[in-house]
Design a protein around this ligand. Structure first.
Ligand SMILES: Cc1cc2nc3c(=O)[nH]c(=O)nc-3n(C[C@H](O)[C@H](O)[C@H](O)COP(=O)(O)O)c2cc1C
Length: 244
């Protein structure tokens, strides 16, 4: 009986020991979770940091998005950046009846350049262009050196352009006044400006100088007049001469 009691007591002790060791591990787990919330130092913070990568990982794309969103205004940049030679030369042209535009396109082809067309906000009709009519729009504008017809085409960024060919028809021996609107609207600092024009017979006259004076910026070269039918090889020779 005494032996049975000792056995039972031993068994009870063993059970108690097993139960205690079970509690200890539970407590340890509890403690470790408590430690995370109660203590904010050392490795526990590191634990928190290792948990945060998820939100911060989701923040990363945001940052990337922001970077992309920072460039929408320069959307044209990637296009032109694919060909940097293309980007550095621009041909600006105003052409009421298409003749000067044809020459501009030949120059752009030779120079692998971009083209920007100046369009009047109020398009010129054939009545507007009637030089035999002293009260036509073009006659009135040309008779008034302060006239500045509004441009309708979107503004262009001149960033990255080193050379600009600037073309126009001769009206009453000079540049159409809309050309003055254009040159007064931009900063040509650091850009080489090369005027060219077409006409029935008149030379470029004072047009290039007028534009340079009104622009107040840019390195203006002497311009040249071409007939509308000028060949690509004649234009090439002219351009070669400019580069020497
Ligand atoms: C209002 C007006 C005035 C013009 N004045 C002259 C001029 O003084 N001398 C000249 O040789 N041609 C003159 N022209 C002819 C144009 O310069 C010529 O046709 C030019 O090539 C037209 O270019 P565009 O088609 O690009 O507008 C005049 C044309 C217009 C419409």
């Amino acid at each position: 009986m005494k032996r049975l009691f000792v056995l039972l007591l031993t068994a009870a002790l063993l059970l108690a020991l097993v139960a205690c060791s079970g509690n200890t591990s539970e407590n340890t787990e509890e403690n470790s979770s408590i430690t995370v919330t109660d203590e904010t130092t050392g490795s526990d913070e590191t634990l928190q940091n290792t948990e945060t990568p998820e939100p911060s990982a989701s923040a990363e794309p945001e940052t990337e998005q922001n970077t992309e969103e920072a460039f929408p205004e320069t959307e044209t940049t990637p296009e032109t950046d694919t060909d940097s030679a293309h980007k550095s030369v621009l041909v600006v042209v105003f052409s009421a009846t298409g003749t000067t535009k044809g020459v501009a396109e030949k120059i752009a082809k030779i120079e692998n350049a971009d083209i920007y067309e100046i369009k009047a906000a109020q398009e010129y009709t054939s009545a507007d262009l009637n030089w035999n009519d002293s009260s036509s729009r073009s006659t009135k504008e040309q008779n008034d050196p302060s006239s500045r017809p509004e441009i309708g085409s979107e503004r262009i960024s001149l960033e990255g352009y080193e050379t600009i060919y600037i073309g126009f028809p001769i009206w009453w021996g000079e540049e159409p006044r809309i050309m003055d609107t254009f040159v007064e609207s931009y900063d040509f600092d650091g850009i080489t400006m090369i005027p060219f024009c077409t006409s029935s017979s008149s030379g470029i006259g004072r047009s290039g100088k007028n534009l340079a004076e009104n622009a107040k910026s840019g390195n203006w070269l002497e311009g040249k007049r071409f007939p509308g039918s000028v060949s690509e090889s004649d234009l090439e020779s002219w351009i070669d001469g400019l580069n020497q």
